[in-house]
Design a protein around this ligand. Structure first.
Ligand SMILES: [Zn+2]
Ligand SMILES: [Zn+2]
Length: 97
C-alpha cells in the first residue's frame, strides 16, 4: 500500500517538472538568445540591424489584411512614417555616445 503513495509522488514530481519546463521554455529561449547577442557584442534588441519592426504598423497591417481595406495608404504611421520600422532605441543611444 505504501508503494502506491511513492509512485504517486514520483508521478506528480515528473508532471510538475514537465509543466515548469513548458512554461519556462520561451523565457529561457529569449534569455539565451539575448545573452548570446550580448556575448557577440550585438544589439540584444535588434541583432545589430539598427532598426526594429514598428509595433504599431505590424499590428495595423495584420488588422488591415484581415479587413482588406484599401485606405491604408491614406494614414501613414506617425511612429515610423510608413517605413514600417523604427530605429532601434538601444543602437541609437549607443551611437550617440
Ligand atoms: Zn509604424
Ligand atoms: Zn539595436
Amino acid at each position: 500500500m505504501d508503494n502506491v503513495t511513492a509512485s504517486e509522488v514520483a508521478g506528480f514530481a515528473v508532471g510538475a517538472l514537465l509543466l515548469a519546463a513548458t512554461i519556462a521554455a520561451p523565457k529561457v529561449d529569449a534569455f539565451v538568445s539575448a545573452s548570446q547577442r550580448r556575448s557577440l557584442r550585438m544589439c540584444a534588441r535588434c541583432g545589430d540591424l539598427g532598426v526594429i519592426p514598428c509595433s504599431r504598423c505590424s499590428s495595423g497591417i495584420a488588422r488591415l489584411q484581415i479587413l482588406g481595406s484599401p485606405n491604408s495608404d491614406n494614414q501613414p504611421c506617425a511612429e515610423c512614417g510608413a517605413s514600417r520600422r523604427i530605429p532601434c532605441p538601444l543602437c541609437s543611444s549607443r551611437k550617440d555616445v
